[in-house]
Ligand binder design. Sequence first.
Ligand code: GAP
Length: 450
Amino acid sequence: MEKITSLCKRRGFVFPCSEIYGGLSGIYSYGPYGAELKNNIKKLWWNKFVRQRDDIVGMDGPILLHPKVWEASGHTTGFNDAMVDCKKCKKRFRADHLVEETAGKDMEGDLGGMTRVLKEQKIKCPNCGASEWTEVRNFNMMFKTQMNSLDQEALYLRPETAGAIFTDFKNILDSMRVKIPFGIAQIGKAFRNEIVSGNFIFRLREFEQMEIEYFIDPEADWEKIFDYWLKQQEEFILALGARKKDIRLYQHPKEKLSHYSKKTIDIEYKYPFGFKELYGLAYRTDFDLSQHSKYSNEKLEYFDEEKKKRFTPHVIEPTFGIDRSILVALVAAYTEEGSGKEKRIVMKLPKEIAPVQVAVFPLLRNKPELVKKAKDVYKELKVDFVCEFDNNGNIGKRYRRQDEIGTPYCLTIDFDSLKKDDVTVRDRDTMKQERIKIKELKNYLKDKFS
Ligand code: GAP
C-alpha cells in the first residue's frame, strides 16, 4: 500500500485533502490523472449498465433529500456503528472491529456484550496499551446539515445514492416507457461519518457510488436474477484489471441479514491489507418502495398490463463503490519489473481506463525540427485520443514517467521520422517498438483501443 500511496501522490493520482492545512482524515482529492481514471471507470460502468442496455435508465439525483427519506429508509435510527473510546489516549475505535481483532469474537450489534468483553478480557488499546474503555455506544454515521427554510429540522448528506432512486421511482415510471423488470442507475457522492477511516481510499468519509436498483415482479425467480447480477458485477471487476483469484464472495449469514434483506453478498477483493468488501449485492424485497409509500402517502406500485396485476415491485440492488474500484485498478495494475538500475515500475491499467492513452515525444528536446514534428503529431491525435506531449528530461525519464501513469503507447519522433514521415510506437507492457507511418497512426491506434 505504501508503494501505491506514494506513486499516487508522486504522479498526480490522489492527494490528501487540504494537505497544506494538515489534511482531513478519510477525505482525498483526485489529481489530474486520478480524475481521468475515475471518469474512465464511471464511463465504463455507465456504458455497460445504462447505454448498452434497454432495461436500465440513468438518473442524477441530489445529495440533499427530504429528511423523511432517511426516516423511511431506517437510516435516522438505524444507520449506526458501535464506537468505543480509550479513556487514556482518547482515541476512538469501531468496537466490533476491535473486539473481533483482539478477542476473535464477532459481536456486531451487541453493545453490552462488547463492553463486557473489552473490560473482562482487559483488551489493550492498540494506540497506547491502556485498558480503560468507555461504554460501547451507537454512533449515527450520517453527516448533518441545515437548510434555512426548514425550521430547525436537520438535513443529511446522503449516506448512499439509492434514496433518490426510490423517491423518483414514480416520476420515472410516469415519464419513461419502462417495463418490469427494469433498473434505475445512478452515480454520485455519498457521505458517511465513519468512526475510523483508513487504508488510503478504501474507507472514506466522502466517497462515490454507482448503484442500480433493479425492480422485479415479486413472483419472479429472484434467485436467478440475483445470480445474474453477481456475474455482471464480477465481469466489471475483471474489466478493472483484477484477477479472478483475487475475488471471493461472502454471503451474510441469515441471523446477520438486515431486516429488509433476504440475501446479501459482499464481493471481496484481496487488497494488500487482506480480503475486504469491494461491492455488494442485496435482495431488498419490497422494503424500500413500501416504506416510502407509507411515509409519503404516495402509491409506489406498478401495473403489469399483460398480466393485469398491480403490485409493489421487489428490488435487487447491485452497488459499486468508485473509490474502491479505483483502488482495485491501482493494486491490480502495480507491477515492478527488473532490478537495480534496470528496475521499472509500470501501471498495467486496462487500456479502457488508463488516464492517458498516448504520449508523444521528440527524441531530443533541443532540436526544433523534431519538436515541431512531434507537436504536429500530438495536435492531430489529440482530437481522437487522450494525449500528452512530453518534452522534459531525457527519453528514458519520459518512458519511466508514462509507465508509472500507465500510458499504453508512447510515440517518439526521431531523425528518421523527418525523412520517412513515421514514428516509433512503444508498447507499455512488452516495451516492443514498431515504426508506423504518420498517416496510418490514427487507424493503428483506433484498432489498438477498440
Ligand atoms: N445502497 C446500498 C449501500 O450503500 P453499502 O454496502 O453500505 O451499501 C455500497 O455501500 C458500496 O459503497 C460498498 O460496497 C463500497 O464499495 C462503497 N462504500 C461504502 N462505504 C464506503 C466508505 N466508507 N468508503 C469508500 N467506499 C465505501
